[in-house]
Write a protein that binds this ligand. Structure first.
Ligand code: ADP
Ligand code: MG
Length: 353
């Protein structure tokens, strides 16, 4: 079991609040990714869960027991650091055995568990090497192995893939997902990389300036972002966001006086400043005959980026730049003017603060 509950957790450094009043329940077996830009408080939050940093406010529960005051090594949680933090003078075998020696397990038990973990991570042939004789990916696996060998209630990881090259990162991502499936353990994983979050998480916590913006499955935060911040953070390129006005009773949205949309706004709210959001993959070239509800945007092609299988088109529309993701069957060149359309079901509307 590994259910982690945070209630009112906050941490300040001098007068700056790094984490503010966070309430969060991480259910047993979940792969929760803490996602957000650099400096938003991810590491601070993870270190408080790990017991490496004292919260200024709030309580932390593990399987219902209050562990707020419990020292790190008594928490039954394993942390995997970005820098791997392996002992350079010890062999892989001894690195893996170390946490078990600390727990004073018997020699045979230690040997057996080290071998099991080495087999499951396919590092059995590396056991007698020193960390400096390993590649980045192998070191990373040993670091995971050292967490695994303790059989903890939860794994805490802080950007464990950020030192790996792109190919190895993808491969290790798949391995971590498989590891999570096979262990059925709780993972709390920090990253600023939305692809890691989308592909590995069962739940994503989007953090902004020390507070939770949204907590949900990858599909929920991607398909139904609850704020402009979340909408703009996920997706590559991110969601197009344009200032607009809702015009009174008609429920009509006016985009800088240009594209007019049909029934997009629920009910009579009066005039309202909004932000219209459309994902690049939901824009299409408008056909004159198409009278369905949606938004229309006049634009001029500025950049065509060929990604191999598909392309990203950048349009100038009024003072804004918008991105469209399409197959390469759409042939457009720089300077062409045309009208783009997004169907109503793909238009997001956010109230502007
Ligand atoms: P992230 O991991 O999301 O990049 P951090 O949790 O490391 O963010 O930092 C959150 C904020 O807290 C940042 O503004 C950072 O400068 C500040 N901070 C983190 N650790 C310390 C510290 N030990 N002393 C002072 N400020 C800190
Ligand atoms: Mg960090």
């Amino acid at each position: 079991m590994g259910t982690i509950q945070l209630s009112g957790i906050g941490r300040s450094f001098k007068s700056t609040a790094a984490v503010r009043d966070i309430d969060l329940t991480i259910a047993d077996g979940e792969f929760v990714v803490l996602l957000g830009p650099s400096g938003c408080g991810k590491t601070t939050l993870l270190r408080m869960i790990a017991g490496l940093l004292e919260p200024t406010t709030g309580r932390i529960l593990l399987d219902g027991a209050d562990i707020t005051e419990l020292p790190s090594k008594k928490r039954d949680l394993a942390m995997v650091f970005q820098s791997y933090a392996l002992y350079p003078h010890l062999s892989v075998r001894k690195n893996l055995a170390f946490p078990l020696k600390v727990q004073r397990l018997g020699k045979e038990e230690i040997q057996r568990r080290v071998q099991d973990v080495a087999d499951s991570l396919e590092i059995g042939h590396l056991l007698d090497r020193k960390p400096k004789e390993l590649s980045g990916g192998q070191r990373q696996r040993v670091a995971v192995g050292r967490a695994l060998v303790r059989n903890p209630k939860a794994f805490l990881m802080d950007e464990p893939l950020s030192n790996l090259d792109a190919k190895l990162r993808t491969q290790t991502r798949h391995e971590l997902t498989a590891l999570h499936r096979s262990l059925n353990a709780t993972f709390v994983y920090v990253t600023h990389d939305q692809v890691e979050a989308m592909t590995m998480a069962t739940k994503i916590v989007v953090l902004n300036a020390g507070a939770i913006e949204q907590y949900g499955t990858p599909e929920e935060v991607y398909d139904r972002p609850e704020s402009v911040f979340v909408a703009g953070f996920l997706g590559s390129p991110a969601m197009n966001l344009l200032d607009a006005q809702v015009i009174g009773r008609e429920g009509i949205v006016s985009l800088s006086g240009k594209g007019l949309a049909g029934d997009l706004w629920p009910g009579d709210t009066g005039d309202l400043d909004v932000v219209v959001g459309v994902r690049p993959e939901h824009l299409e070239i408008a056909a004159l005959s198409d009278k369905r509800d949606g938004i229309l945007l006049d634009g001029t092609v500025e950049i065509v980026e060929n990604l191999g299988g598909e392309q990203i088109l950048t349009f100038a529309t009024g003072p804004s730049r918008i991105h469209m993701r399409t197959s390469r069957d759409v042939h457009l060149s720089v300077g062409e003017q045309l009208t783009l359309r997004a169907a109503a079901e793909h238009v997001h509307l956010f109230e502007r603060a």
